[in-house]
Design a binder for this molecule. Structure first.
Ligand code: FES
Length: 76
């Protein structure tokens, strides 16, 4: 199981994670990845300047977009 933790703090959310959250929900459903990908939210980690931030199994990904995340997820 891979855990995807998305920052839902106001800065990351306003700067793109609202769209990223929608993308991730759709991706997990469309690709039927419920057994492989766990999606959780987290609060601001005070890394806002790098945001929007997502952590995949603890590794930080910064300035993410739906496109950049899709490329990462397809390599998992
Ligand atoms: S809002 Fe995401 S790190 Fe601050």
């Amino acid at each position: 199981m891979t855990t995807i933790k998305i920052c839902l703090g106001s800065s990351c959310f306003a700067r793109g994670n609202a769209e990223v959250l929608s993308f991730l929900k759709n991706y997990i459903s469309a690709e039927n990845k419920h057994a492989k990908l766990e999606l959780v939210g987290c609060r601001c980690g005070h890394l806002c300047g790098d945001g929007p931030n997502v952590f995949i199994d603890g590794q930080k990904y910064t300035k993410v977009t739906p496109q950049s995340l899709q490329a990462i997820l397809e390599k998992l």
